[in-house]
Design a protein around this ligand. Structure first.
Ligand code: G3H
Ligand code: 13P
Ligand code: ZN
Length: 292
C-alpha cells in the first residue's frame, strides 16, 4: 500500500483532496511547496488544514514539499506542519548530509519527521535511459550511509521520474533494480517517489481540446506505480495530475460557456474533477482506501 501526497495551493484543491480521501476513508498527505506557501500564505494553509481536520474524521498530514533550506523547514515546523522535506539534492553528498542533519536535529526536538532526497530527478532533456547517466540515480550504498548519518525518517530517491508533464521522450522506464537495492539496504526506511503523476491522457486531451497546448505529455503509467508500491515505495507525490484536472475543467467551461464569469461556475467543476482524480488514485492505484 502507498500513501498519496498531493500538492496543494488553494482552498479548492485542499477541499477536493480531503473530500476524496474522506469518501475512501483513507489517510492522506497534503503537501505545500515553498512557492505554494508564498502563493497561499502559511497561515491560510494551516487554518485550512485545521478546517479539514474539523470537517472529517480521517488522518490528514500537512507536509512541506521540497524545503529549500533550514529556515523554510523551521518556519513550517514552528507553524505546526506534521512533517517537512529538506531537499538537499542540489548539493554534493557531504553538504546534503550536513543540511539534512541540521533539519533533522531541529525537527525531532519538535516531534516532526523529515523526508530527505538523494539523487537527482531527471528532466526530459536528461536522457536518463543511457548508462552514462547513472550518476543521476540514487546510489544504494550512499543511500544507506546518508540515512544512517542524517537520521532522516524517509528518503526520496531518483529512479528515472521527473517533475511535470514531460517525463519520458519514448517509453516510460524506471530503474526498479535501484529501488530494490535501496530497499534491501534500508528495509525500515519509507521510500518516496517524486514526479509520480500519471499525466492522465484524458486530462491532457481535454486541455488540448479546449484550447490548451500540451503536446506529447507523458507520465508514469499506473502499472509502474503499482510495481513501485510492491517494491517498497510508501509515499507517492502527485501535483501535475491535479494541475491538469483543474485546467481541463476550467478550460471546458470557458470554451463552452464564454458568457460565464462567476468564478464558482468554473471552480466548482475544477474542484469536482480534482476530487475524482484523487479518488481514482487512492482507490485504484495506491490502494490506501479503507472504504467498507
Ligand atoms: O515538486 C514540485 C511540485 O510540483 C511543486 O511545484 O514549486 O511549482 O509549487 P511548485
Ligand atoms: P509530478 O510533477 O509528477 O506531479 O510530481 C510532483 C512532486 O514530485 C511534488 O513533489
Ligand atoms: Zn517533488
Amino acid at each position: 500500500m502507498q500513501f498519496g501526497a498531493f500538492n496543494v495551493n488553494n482552498m479548492e484543491i485542499i477541499q477536493a483532496i480531503v473530500d476524496a480521501a474522506n469518501e475512501e476513508n483513507s489517510p492522506v498527505i497534503l503537501q505545500a511547496s515553498s512557492s505554494a506557501i508564498k502563493y497561499a500564505g502559511i497561515k491560510y494553509l494551516k487554518k485550512m488544514l485545521e478546517a479539514a481536520l474539523e470537517e472529517y474524521d480521517i488522518p490528514v498530514a500537512l507536509h512541506l514539499d521540497h524545503g529549500p533550506d533550514f529556515e523554510t523547514c523551521k518556519m513550517c515546523i514552528d507553524n505546526g506542519f506534521s512533517s517537512v522535506m529538506i531537499d538537499g539534492s542540489k548539493y554534493d553528498f557531504e553538504e546534503n548530509i550536513s543540511l539534512t542533519k541540521k533539519v533533522v536535529e531541529y525537527a525531532h526536538t519538535k516531534g516532526v519527521v523529515v523526508e530527505a532526497e538523494l539523487g537527482k530527478l531527471a528532466g526530459i532533456e536528461d536522457d536518463v535511459n543511457v548508462a552514462s547517466d547513472d550518476a543521476m540515480y540514487t546510489d544504494p550504498d550512499q543511500a544507506k550511509e546518508f540515512v544512517e548519518r542524517t537520521g532522516c525518517d524517509s528518503l526520496a530517491i531518483a529512479i528515472g521520474t521527473s517533475h511535470g508533464a514531460y517525463k519520458f521522450k519514448g517509453e516510460a522506464k524506471l530503474r526498479f533494480d535501484i529501488l530494490q537495492k535501496v530497499k534491501e539496504k534500508l528495509p525500515n526506511t519509507p521510500i518516496v517517489l517524486h514526479g509520480a503523476s500519471t499525466v492522465i491522457p484524458e486530462l491532457v486531451e481535454t486541455c488540448n481540446k479546449y484550447g490548451g497546448n500540451i503536446p506529447g505529455a507523458k507520465g508514469v503509467p499506473d502499472e509502474m506505480l503499482h510495481e513501485a508500491s510492491l517494491k517498497g515505495v510508501s509515499k507517492i507525490n502527485v501535483d501535475t495530475d491535479l494541475r491538469l484536472a483543474m485546467t481541463a475543467a476550467i478550460r471546458k467551461v470557458f470554451a463552452e460557456e464564454p458568457e460565464a464569469f462567476d468564478p464558482r461556475k468554473y471552480m466548482t467543476p475544477a474542484r469536482d474533477l480534482i476530487k475524482q482524480t484523487v479518488q481514482h488514485k487512492i482507490r485504484d492505484v495506491f490502494g490506501s482506501s479503507n472504504k467498507a
